[in-house]
Design a protein around this ligand. Structure first.
Ligand code: BG6
Length: 305
């Protein structure tokens, strides 16, 4: 163990619940354990890299994923902040903001959930500063709490520190592992309007459950607080319940985009992943006043299909 890791372990490890580890992907991770369930959260980007529910992976992670490079890790739950997608004012800035590749600080760990039941949790924070000024000139703190119990809960909190208001868009960009893309559907967004990013953000309306048979890149707007991923291949359903969010992104790159990206781990990798992202994106822009705060949460529960 390095001295940094020893110090972190001394301050934040909790017997049987929270350990600090050097990840084979290259950086430091926090391992949460709750009975038969576990999760790994990287300090880089506060990114959940893995969640095992009764030993089964719920999340998809690209096989070649590495921490500590200039490129964001593809997979798990990246935090897109303080903007989602291309930057509105300058397309040369990184897509999805800049905190995916920053090192966050562990603020706390714990052994109970918000309502006092047994759980394993970690809270990480990142404060913008001079290193970010060229990309984003505002003062703010972003905090992510990850709570593992029989499900997984995330709380993403933004607190403004500066003197001017700013607009926030963001996402918890969750990559779900799926049995096969031809045998999944997403329920709960029937009748919702969406912006279709594949055809220039055209406004469309969802008829029925979502199935994937081509590149899908959509921002659903409105009430997106109760969504279910039904996976016939893995015979499970994942309930996705959110607050503080009035948009959800559904993304599968399909064949052509997978080949263009080059970090998916092979031409067929898109068949085993589907992103369903809890967001403030599209029309759902959050204006934060000086000293103001915004909280977005999501809770995932896995059940047999
Ligand atoms: C999705 C976007 O949220 O993320 C897609 O809607 C984008 O347009 C995808 O391609 C992946 O983004 P990135 O920056 O991780 O390659």
């Amino acid at each position: 163990m390095t001295s940094d890791m020893t110090d972190l372990a001394r301050r934040f490890a909790l017997a049987g619940k929270v350990t600090l580890e050097a990840s084979p992907l290259g950086g430091t991770v926090v391992r949460l354990t709750h009975g038969p369930h576990s999760a790994l959260v990287a300090l880089q980007g506060a990114q959940v890299l893995e969640w095992r529910h009764h030993g089964h992976d719920v999340l998809w992670l690209a096989p070649a994923a590495r921490l500590g490079t200039a490129k964001a890790v593809r997979g798990g739950i990246p935090v897109c902040w303080p903007w989602f997608g291309p930057n509105a004012g300058d397309p040369a800035k990184p897509q999805h903001g800049f905190v995916r590749t920053r090192d966050w600080t562990i603020e706390a760990t714990g052994g109970t959930s918000a309502d006092g039941r047994p759980a394993a949790s970690v809270t990480l924070g990142y404060r913008t500063g001079a290193q970010d000024a060229a990309l984003w000139p505002h003062e703010a703190t972003v905090r992510l709490s990850v709570v593992l119990d029989d499900g997984l809960s995330l709380v993403l909190e933004t607190t403004a520190g500066g003197a001017a208001p700013f607009d926030l868009t963001e996402a918890l960009h969750t990559y779900f592992r799926i049995g096969d893309v031809s045998r999944v559907r997403v329920e709960g967004l029937e009748g919702r309007e969406y912006l279709d990013k594949v055809v220039g953000y055209a406004r469309r309306r969802q008829a029925g459950a979502i199935t994937i048979g081509e590149e899908v890149d959509r921002i659903y707007v409105g009430d997106t607080s109760d969504v279910t991923l039904v996976d016939e291949g893995l015979r499970r359903r994942i309930a996705i319940r959110s607050t503080g969010s009035r948009s959800a992104v559904v993304w599968n790159p399909w064949v052509h985009r997978t080949a263009q990206m080059g970090d998916m781990g092979g031409p067929d990798a898109y068949r085993q992943m589907l992103c369903i992202e809890t967001a403030n994106a599209g029309d759902d822009v959050i204006r934060i006043a000086p000293g103001g705060r915004h909280v977005m949460t999501v809770r995932y529960d896995v059940a047999p299909a």
